[in-house]
Design a protein around this ligand. Structure first.
Ligand code: NI
Length: 227
């Protein structure tokens, strides 16, 4: 996938395939903070929020969804939100695309199960290897089979893998969050920024599911094929 990063004074727009993302998202302008002046492999964090710097948050395409929330708290809260949304949407609406080219709830649940698989591998490789290099995926190619798959089964798969990932994340010390790894587009990042990306990705798709459930408006920049 071609990756382009456009910068302007007001915003940074990303077309990223970090987890196979086709979304084009306008990220908020970075706001450097006094506590966020950490150099990681020579790259200065631009800083989106106070507290320890776990990587180049300015390059996290989901930073705007995470804000100041602790990624571990967000990751732990997603299961209940998805179960509730699945119940509201129901099986008949789950397969309906909300608009031409947009993913249905079934597609989003399948995507979340698949990305949780990918994250599960990345988390473990990042912990096991020195300076692990993340391998991007093309989410649209992974999604081709979703119309023949079951959203409820996908949600069950996600819940099981997320529970296993949370056990792992709570078993490693916080100091591990500073462990360095590399992303093909983002450069040097940390284990902590991988968690922030996971959490922001959860929130991005929860907003989409809330819109399908009729609880919110559809997000403005939900991206190609990504409901
Ligand atoms: Ni996604």
């Amino acid at each position: 996938m071609n990756i382009s990063v456009y910068r302007s004074a007001a915003a940074v727009r990303y077309s990223s395939s970090f987890i196979g993302v086709l979304d084009t998202i306008a990220a908020p302008a970075p706001v450097p903070t006094a506590s966020c002046a950490v150099q990681i492999s020579g790259q200065k964090c631009m800083g989106f929020r106070p507290g320890p710097c776990y990587g180049r948050l300015d390059m996290n395409p989901y930073a705007k969804y995470l804000g100041t929330q602790d990624p571990l708290d967000v990751l732990a809260s997603t299961a209940d939100k998805l179960k509730a949304l699945s119940g509201v949407i129901g099986p008949s609406r789950a397969t309906q695309s909300p608009a031409s080219g947009k993913w249905s709830a079934r597609d989003i649940f399948c995507h979340l199960a698949d990305t949780e698989l990918a994250f599960a591998f990345r988390l473990r490789q990042s912990l096991a290897e020195a300076h692990h290099m993340i391998q991007p995926m093309d989410q649209e190619k992974w999604a081709k089979v979703y119309p023949a798959m079951d959203g409820a089964a996908a949600l069950s798969a996600f819940l099981a893998i997320r529970a296993w990932n949370l056990l792992l994340l709570h078993a490693v010390p916080r100091a591990t969050h500073a462990k360095s790894l590399f992303h093909p587009e983002r450069g040097a990042i940390t284990f902590g920024s991988l968690l922030e990306t996971m959490a922001g990705h959860d929130l991005n798709h929860i907003v989409q599911l809330e819109a399908i459930a009729g609880q919110t408006e559809f997000p403005q920049a939900s991206g190609s094929g990504n409901a």
